[in-house]
Design a protein around this ligand. Structure first.
Ligand code: FES
Length: 106
């Protein structure tokens, strides 16, 4: 099971064990990590699951696909080069140790 480390807007950090196949968003919600709203439940229609992926992990998370990329333009917090919508990152064992910072405004 991959461990994911979340850095929340309230400056707390949360290291949680994720289920392989779950998304970064689903894992945060399941473990009560503060900051991710996920209004649409992962349907890629709200942009309230915005995270900044630690740049060292971008080669393993990949970059946003076209539609996700467009949605990031409308995110409440300004996007950064390593922005992703966390509902679109599916966890595998190769993500063990992944670090993401939750965008301050969702
Ligand atoms: S939860 Fe709505 S776009 Fe990710």
């Amino acid at each position: 099971m991959p461990k994911v480390i979340y850095h929340a807007p309230d400056r707390t950090s949360h290291a949680v064990e994720a289920r392989t196949g779950a998304s970064v968003m689903e894992t945060a919600i399941k473990h009560g990590v503060p900051g991710i709203v996920a209004e649409c439940g992962g349907a890629l229609s709200c942009a309230t699951c915005h995270v900044f992926v630690d740049p060292a992990w971008l080669d393993r998370t990949g970059i946003a696909a076209d539609f996700e990329d467009e949605m990031l333009d409308d995110a409440e917090s300004p996007r950064q080069p390593h922005s992703r919508l966390s509902c679109q990152i599916r966890l595998t064992d190769e993500h063990d140790g992944l670090e993401v910072t939750i965008a301050p405004e969702q």
